[in-house]
Design a protein around this ligand. Sequence first.
Ligand SMILES: C[S@@+](CC[C@H](N)C(=O)[O-])C[C@H]1O[C@@H](n2cnc3c(N)ncnc32)[C@H](O)[C@@H]1O
Length: 256
Amino acid sequence: MSFDPVARVYHVVEALVFGRTLQRARVAWLGEVADARRALIVGEGDGRFLEQLLGIAPSVEVVCVDGSARMLAVASKRIGASARVKFVHADLAAYEPAGRYDLVVTHFVLDCFDEPGVAALAARLTATLAPGGRWLVADFRVPTGALRALRARFWLAVMYGFFRIATKLRVKRLVDPTPILERNGLVRARWTELDAGFVGTALWASPATASPRPRVVAMQEPGDSEMLRPIHRPWRHRRMRPGSGRPRLPRRTRSE
Ligand SMILES: C[S@@+](CC[C@H](N)C(=O)[O-])C[C@H]1O[C@@H](n2cnc3c(N)ncnc32)[C@H](O)[C@@H]1O
């Protein structure tokens, strides 16, 4: 399996099928991680999230791991020379992160693994997360509601079919990482859905930041909502100024 054949056209295909939805999901909680210092981006792809993270987090140093040399080359070209980023060409099935990270990112990559694969990768990534660390996960999901679920399953079948031909991806079924991350002791601190629930984007927090009494509140702009747990957030030591890079929150969301 390799994403090399699609690396250069990946963003074009994505834009044709999803418009800006997936990029909005990737950066939905970027403002929450602007103080990250050591980030591990797993399966980064062509560097569009990386570019935004470097723009918003002035102190961050990033390790970017991907199994596609061409994806890494596209990402590297996108950001230009940067001493803050190390690119690692490795198979995530065997990759053992070294050291501790206060931010882990797995956007649209857990969908490339079967359930044992997601569980094994999640265990290794949880172990590398520093106390109080955060984990960003954007990915596809099957929403509730018969019609929405039918639509999601149709597009997932199309996408898995496409990637089976283009990349030789063997996985055929989407795994919900939520119970796996919960079993690893992580708490979902931020959550929103896009595209009628077909895409979900979450900020998970490691146990050191979690409160035992979660609650749900509606907030942000009208029409936007998020699941807010009353976590202690040591990383919010400075507020983002309007226009300072905090991304717009996704539209078309609904609370769980
Ligand atoms: C669907 S793309 C997603 C890319 C990007 N994160 C995004 O948000 O669009 C999956 C990426 O994960 C990488 N990947 C998938 N399985 C992998 C594995 N077993 N080892 C290393 N990289 C893998 C692919 O090379 C590709 O760049």
